[in-house]
Design a protein around this ligand. Sequence first.
Ligand code: FE2
Ligand code: FE2
Ligand code: FE2
Length: 444
Amino acid sequence: MIHDHSGRSFYAGLLEALTQVMGSAKGYLMDHAPRVALLSTVIGEGMGLDRKEVAELFFASVLADMGMIGLAEEAWDNPVPQLPDDVRARVQLHPVRSQEQVELIPHLGTLSPLVRHHHEWWDGSGYPDGLAGTDIPIGAQILRLSDTVAALAQPRPHRGPLTTDRMVALVQEGVGKEFGPEVAGAFLTMHGAGDIPEFEPITFRHAVTRAAGHLLPDEVSPLSSDHLLAILANLIDAKDPYTAGHSRRVATLAVAVASELGLQDHMKSTLWAGGYLHDLGKLRVPLRILAKRGALSEEEMGLVKRHPSDGAAILETIPSLQHLTTGARYHHERWDGSGYPEGLRGGHIPLVAQIMAVCDAYDAMTSTRAYRSSRSHAAAMREVEGHVGIHFGPRAADAFLALPQGLFESVQAPVVPGSPFRFPGRLAGPRTRRAGSQGASAAV
Ligand SMILES: [Fe+2]
Ligand SMILES: [Fe+2]
Ligand SMILES: [Fe+2]
């Protein structure tokens, strides 16, 4: 089957993947972002916002904490609300960082003020700008209240979920301080009338599609999809201080291997998008584990080794991304059957995954990792050669070893920040990588 990577449904699928990973990125606050998104849209509809404003509120709720990834994730791990000063300072930067990231997402630029101001308090004591009263956009006020109410209703390591009465009392006490009277009044009225539905993941999935439908134009440019792939990859790679640029390099090398093998264009575009997303499941691995310098405990290693299955589990639920599942699930399988998650052997490992595995391993070897520095290109190539038929499938590895030297140099070279990411089948041009970035890790 030929998969269309240029259309609206592929773009909407990528948005849904982003939404899903943000929903599960917060450790013990599982499903927090989806809960906030559904609550804020219900309140927004109740307050008479139009469909587009409600859709903006939905995505702003999901993406408001994007900037926390790789910045202050330990705050999500923290069992108690008291944070050390340095962590608190970083937490307070996250709305601005989230805003910067959201502004880069094609078709979602109008979310920007909601994301920036989702921690402003009615009394002016919030962050980052200390806005007060009606200077705070109404959507950001709704988001503030939904964020707090959703967190109160969920258990934390240091407390159980709050009772409804206690939650209502806290909202009432917060009027004029954290919450604006109009938004708090609307919520309390709706809550009293039983108009606030219980959270259900199924409802949330429908809501993602509906909200995307209201915000996306009828025609979505293929460049928008490439752009969103790059944003997702940057988010994945930001999880691990040693993996900047990793996903892009794996995608680029995998497409080159496919060309070397004479594979068809649809395989190349699957490897391109699949390469960007192969480590999607890493967004669920706590940062403290990915960044750890010492040896991982068995339990920690178990969490790391879940990333192929976790990523695949997200991709397989999204119809327009289902064909990317194979690469995500099997890129850590090894030819001799000693890989994970399923210990597939030899030709049972799909070719797409064999190609990704060799590109992934090469990039891991030539990049600085948490626990060792990088190897040279020549040493990494010798390593690949020495493991053909052990770690790597012969067809994929031989094609990889035949790639021209110049390609590796161009893949490793830093490129101008801000230049667009493009699928090589569509437009030739330099690839971007983050300024000052170096290194990658993939063996985990
Ligand atoms: Fe936040
Ligand atoms: Fe991986
Ligand atoms: Fe990887």
